[in-house]
Design a protein around this ligand. Structure first.
Ligand code: NAP
Length: 259
């Protein structure tokens, strides 16, 4: 299926690995020119080169922390006027809310709420003037079904979700949509790192923890990042202009509710 976005330009934040990378690949496969960002240079260069070689699109890359004003300014400067913005950053650490200081909260809110809002602020008016824009925020299934140890994530991402719900109804008239993708468990480095952390704390091996978690999912497995990328590309497609302000859960059916 041709999504009708070949030649468009996208800024895909936090995209050297995992879900961000998968979104960049799915967009590039549709002929979208992409700007990638990450803090680590090596994985970013490898992903950029792989996309360039595989899809022949223009790939720009920016090393920097997207959660800082400087990192965002660099990313926006290199990307130029974009038609598509994929907001993503690392998730906050797990823990007990009794141990979190005001600084911990500010850091989580900065990364997972204010950073996407700042990037939307910097790009949405240009998209509206040009009559096309697609913004996708990578949030978490924890927005819909909170995970107690991820309180920082539950709180910060819910703030973003509330903000987006209002704005998405204002921009759609100019063919600019804003939606959130809510990943459940996807097989990425982050998932493996969390399992290694749990293994160290419990004495069970990381492989056992991962095996058990995958088996417990209704799909009997973790999500493949490519499946996430495909959903992201669909939301960015020319024909998806009537979908806005939505929260789409990709979790193999783990969320047990009817709606
Ligand atoms: P991942 O495999 O660890 O990849 C994270 C990517 O983001 C890497 O390219 C990383 O590169 C980059 N990154 C992280 N922090 C950054 C920053 N401050 N500035 C710029 N780049 C940054 O993680 P993932 O699994 O794809 O997760 C992506 C998001 O989805 C996270 O917020 C995570 O909490 C959320 N999520 C994931 C799952 C899952 O199962 N995978 C489930 C629910 C929610 P550098 O480290 O080099 O910067």
């Amino acid at each position: 299926m041709d999504l009708g976005i070949a030649g468009r330009r996208a800024l895909v934040c936090a995209s050297s690995k995992g879900l961000g990378r998968a979104c960049a690949i799915a967009l590039a496969a549709e002929g979208v020119h992409v700007t990638l960002t990450a803090r680590g240079e090596q994985a970013l260069a490898e992903t950029a080169e792989q996309i360039r070689r595989s899809y022949g699109v223009e790939v720009r890359q920016v090393v920097g922390d997207i959660t800082t004003p400087q990192g965002r300014a660099q990313a926006l400067e290199v990307a130029g006027a974009v038609d598509i913005l994929i907001n993503n950053a690392g998730g906050p650490p797990p823990g007990d809310f009794r141990n979190w200081s005001r600084d911990d909260w500010i850091q989580a809110i900065d990364a997972n709420m204010l950073t996407p809002i700042e990037l939307i602020k910097a790009t949405v008016d240009g998209m509206m003037e040009r009559g096309f824009g697609r913004i996708v925020n990578i949030t978490s299934a924890a927005v819909k079904a909170p995970i107690d140890v991820l309180g920082l994530s539950n709180g910060a991402r819910s703030g973003l979700t509330g903000f987006v719900a209002g704005l998405a109804r204002k921009t759609v008239r100019r063919n600019v949509t804003i939606n959130n993708l809510l990943p459940g468990p996807f097989a990425t480095d982050r998932l493996a790192a969390v399992a290694r952390g749990q293994a160290a704390a419990t004495g069970v091996t990381a492989d056992e923890i991962l095996g058990r978690r995958a088996a417990e999912n209704p799909a009997g497995r973790f999500g493949d990042p490519a499946e996430f990328g495909a959903a992201c590309a669909f939301l960015c497609g020319a024909s998806a202009g009537f979908v806005t302000g939505q929260n789409i859960v990709l979790d193999g059916g783990a969320y047990p509710g009817t709606l």
